[in-house]
Write a new protein. Structure first.
Ligand code: MG
Length: 399
């Protein structure tokens, strides 16, 4: 059991509450707390230096009657007013000619359209409605399609009471993988697709990540991180091949007057394999990130120099060692700690008690660094600190 797991952090004020507790390395407010970085993790567990998540003001959910609002950082591709961000896929890419009315666009017999903007990995939101008047069956009923990067079709089809081949239903990865569930609303009603798309990644012509697509239909999971097998197509087996970095979003004209509204996406951060700096990384990327973090901390440590209060600077130098071992820094810490302890020991009897908590904290930091082999077990100031604590009776509970 971790007794610190409920510790509160006053993050907003930048002040950390610390809980001194004999026998434990340090409190949750300390950088010397959770397991340190290792060869594939550039961050410690509960690392204070790990970047905070980006703040995004969320939007609102849609109802069949009313489109919701996109989150604040979404790139809006269609807000119901015009097709300024769309063009025809026909030669020369003339302006898109689909009908725009009452907050939606509707397929007219003018061919596929695509976004002028190109993008790759994304969270994509699309709402669409099959025609209210049911005509045709199977693939002939309310057919359209959402082509990610213009290459991978997430099928749009009026699959409500409409049998067709399984890998051609609404929310199938067309010709590759049927949806896990058919969660469609009746014809004429707006449906909501929320898609997470990761394109395939090749390095030196070798596939290193097939790419994936996840699809929710009206909040129901339809594709669960389905691996891509390449561009999708009709009748032909998909075959893996390198994708460009970015591509347009294409909407299909399959001859049915399907409607679309509220289309937006959010770009996704790079995966570790393409230079992302969080999560589980390669040894090489982890080392680079750890070095970078250590360098930033050392720059800060140097700025904290204060002979009358050396502790903040000393702790910062030690913190840097968690990310990157450095003999010169360890020696600097050894010297600083020795001088610090000397100063404490030289204090008159009525003043030395004021250093109790500081020295105990220093002791817990040494224990942490020694436990994780960041400093050697025989690190001299650690033993001297223990000696001082014992001598002053600071290892005992206060009366
Ligand atoms: Mg289609």
């Amino acid at each position: 059991m971790n007794i610190f797991k409920d510790s509160k952090i006053l993050a907003s004020s930048g002040v950390f509450l610390t809980f001194a507790c004999a026998g434990f390395a340090a409190s949750s407010g300390s950088p010397f707390y959770g397991d340190p970085p290792d060869k594939n993790h550039p961050w410690a567990v509960h690392d204070q230096n790990r970047p905070q998540p980006k703040i995004v003001t969320p939007g609102t959910f849609s109802t069949p009657e009313q489109a919701g609002k996109p989150p604040a950082d979404a790139r809006v591709l269609f807000d119901g007013t015009d097709l300024a961000k769309w063009e025809s896929t026909k030669e020369g890419n003339p302006p898109a000619k689909w009908l725009v009315k009452d907050g939606y666009m509707e397929v007219t017999a003018t061919g596929d359209i695509r976004t002028t903007e190109k993008f790759g990995d994304c969270q994509l939101h699309v709402e669409w409605a099959p025609p209210g008047e049911v005509k045709g069956d199977s693939q002939g009923r309310g057919n359209s399609g959402i082509f990610l990067m213009g290459l991978v079709e997430v099928q749009v089809l009026d699959s409500y009471n409409n049998l067709t081949y399984a890998d051609g239903h609404a929310a199938s990865v067309y010709g590759v993988n049927p949806p896990l569930a058919n969660a469609l609303r009746p014809p004429g009603t707006f449906q909501v697709y929320d898609i997470v798309f990761r394109r395939p990644i090749y390095k030196n012509n070798q596939l290193v990540d097939p790419g994936y697509v996840t699809v929710f239909v009206n909040g129901v999971l339809a594709q669960d991180h389905t691996p891509l097998e390449g561009p999708t197509g009709h009748m032909g087996r998909s075959r893996s091949r390198p994708f460009p970095e970015k591509g347009p979003l294409v909407l299909q004209d399959h001859g049915n007057p399907t409607r679309f509204r509220n289309i937006w996406y959010r770009e996704l951060p790079p995966r570790a394999i393409e230079g992302g700096t969080d999560g589980m990384l390669t040894e090489e990327a982890t080392t680079a990130k750890r070095q970078q973090t250590a360098a930033a901390i050392r720059l800060d440590a140097a700025s904290l120099k204060n002979p009358s209060n050396p502790m903040p600077e000393m702790l910062r130098w030690m913190e840097s060692l968690v990310y990157e071992k450095d003999e010169a820094v360890a020696q600097k810490v050894e010297k600083m700690a020795a001088a610090y302890l000397e100063g404490v020991i030289a204090l008159p009897a009525d003043k030395i008690g004021s250093k109790r908590d500081e020295v105990r904290h220093l002791s817990s930091v040494f224990k942490y660094l020694i436990r994780f082999k960041i400093l050697p077990a025989e690190f001299a100031p650690a033993a001297a600190t223990e000696e001082l604590i014992k001598k002053q009776g600071w290892d005992k509970r206060r009366p």
